[in-house]
Design a binder for this molecule. Structure first.
Ligand SMILES: [Zn+2]
Ligand SMILES: [Zn+2]
Length: 430
């Protein structure tokens, strides 16, 4: 007897809309053109292409332009249809796209850097073109005159760059793992402060000017949310990736953060929950110029810590009091074997393995994966506390770049497989 198949409730996940697979090399950067069903791609294969969706549902190139060298990055401004492309050679080439996106006209070339341009960012409000390079220079040009306005030497080459128009602060994330905040004037800049929290390269930055929050992603697999608007020095760590974080986008209308990693993982974080701060980032108190420009003593972004733990140091387990292995005196006195030290991620106590045998997720502390907790903390975490605050999805390609377009709710991922995938995110970002 045939039984009725009960339809399974549709899992809420990104829905793959299209694939673009025509590249000889990896697509360094690609963006969705708002309201246009179009995509602009720049690739290591030296091409700049504009793709428009045809009636067949397929994307076909309406512009195909070959450059003399690899294209490493780009910035597209939809209002002016201005496209700024960073090259492997250090130059930045500017184009203007026709209204129907069928034609592209060269506008200007900037001899901006000595080596590969890593990030380019056009700021229409200032008529500034910001760029960074493997030559470790951060520079900004006037896009009206083409003149270089200023330059700043960074400690390592930069892989993430964001700009706050209102206060003219640039956020510069580099390969040493730090984020430098610079206040830009017309032709000079001053160092405001640095955020130190990552143990690997900064790979992506995302600034939300509304809530005044900066997200940094790193090769250490973590994301840190730096709450600048909150003015309390709060930094919250988000642990949900198993590989290098490669892209970050914030959907401010739904207060969700979209992040992706090199293993193909896409994580959507609900940022409308209050997470606890996880750890003391550095602890140094220093005088810095405040974001508003007033000079005052403030605790560094990595300075304050709220309820939650700094890892405690102890020579013996803070639960059962057995000595840790370096504590020879107590080992001898009590004739006990020295134990290995662990830390409970919830309370921060130094504990032995036996007293921290359990694992738990602690989503409200940013831990979407199970982490070590001591036995008493394990008892204190309820099922409700364990409810995930993020959803996890697999893009099935190793992501190098990501772009989210909020009006249609579409996400673009570009992979090491030389393929661009377009996703409908409305089932999960809403
Ligand atoms: Zn113990
Ligand atoms: Zn604990």
């Amino acid at each position: 007897m045939a039984s009725d198949i009960q339809p399974q409730p549709q899992a809420r996940k990104p829905c793959l809309l299209s694939k673009i697979e025509a590249f000889q090399e990896v697509v360094s950067t690609a963006v969705i053109i708002p309201k246009e069903d179009g995509v602009i791609s720049v690739s290591e294969d030296r091409t700049i292409r504009v793709w428009l969706k045809r009636d067949s549902g397929q994307y076909w190139p309406s512009v195909y332009h070959t450059m003399p060298s690899s294209c490493s990055c780009m910035s597209f401004n939809p209002e002016t249809r201005r496209l700024s492309v960073g090259m492997d050679t250090g130059t930045i080439c500017e184009f203007v796209l026709a209204e129907d996106y069928n034609k592209m006209t060269p506008a200007r070339t900037y001899q901006a850097h000595q080596s590969r341009v890593t990030v380019v960012l056009f700021v229409l409000e200032m008529e500034w073109l910001l760029s960074t390079s493997q030559d470790k220079n951060f520079t900004w040009h006037c896009s009206e005159s083409g003149q270089q306005l200023g330059t700043y030497r960074t400690s390592a080459w930069v892989s993430g760059l964001q700009f706050d128009v209102e206060t003219r602060h640039a956020f510069v994330g580099d390969q040493s793992g730090q984020v430098t905040i610079l206040k830009l004037e017309q032709d000079s800049c001053s160092l405001v402060t640095t955020f130190k929290g990552h143990t690997g390269n900064v790979t992506a930055l995302c600034w939300d000017p509304v809530q005044r929050v900066l997200f940094s992603g790193s090769s250490d697999h973590s994301i840190i949310m730096w709450d600048i608007g909150g003015r309390k020095g709060t930094a919250i760590e988000l642990q949900g990736h198993n590989d290098k974080v490669q892209g970050l986008c914030y959907a401010s209308h739904t207060r969700q953060l979209i992040s992706c990693s090199a293993d193909g993982g896409i994580v959507i974080w609900n940022m409308d929950v209050t997470r606890q701060e996880v750890r003391d980032m550095d602890g140094t108190r220093q005088e810095v110029r405040d974001m508003d420009g007033t000079r005052q003593e403030v605790r560094d972004m990595d300075g304050t810590r709220q309820e939650t733990p700094e890892w405690l140091d102890s020579d013996s387990c803070q639960k059962c009091e057995q000595p840790f292995f370096w504590n020879f005196k107590q080992m001898w006195d009590s004739k006990k074997i020295g134990l290995r030290q662990h830390h409970c991620r919830k309370c921060g106590q130094a504990v032995c393995g036996k007293c921290s045998s359990k694992r738990s997720t602690i989503p409200l502390m940013g831990f979407e994966f199970e982490v070590r907790v001591c036995d008493s903390c394990y008892e204190s975490i309820s099922d409700e506390d364990r409810a995930p605050t993020a959803t996890f999805h697999d893009s099935k390609h190793s992501i190098v770049h990501m772009h989210y377009e909020p009006t249609a709710g579409n996400l673009l991922t570009s992979g090491t497989d030389k393929v661009i995938k377009l996703w409908d995110m409305t089932p999960v970002v809403s």
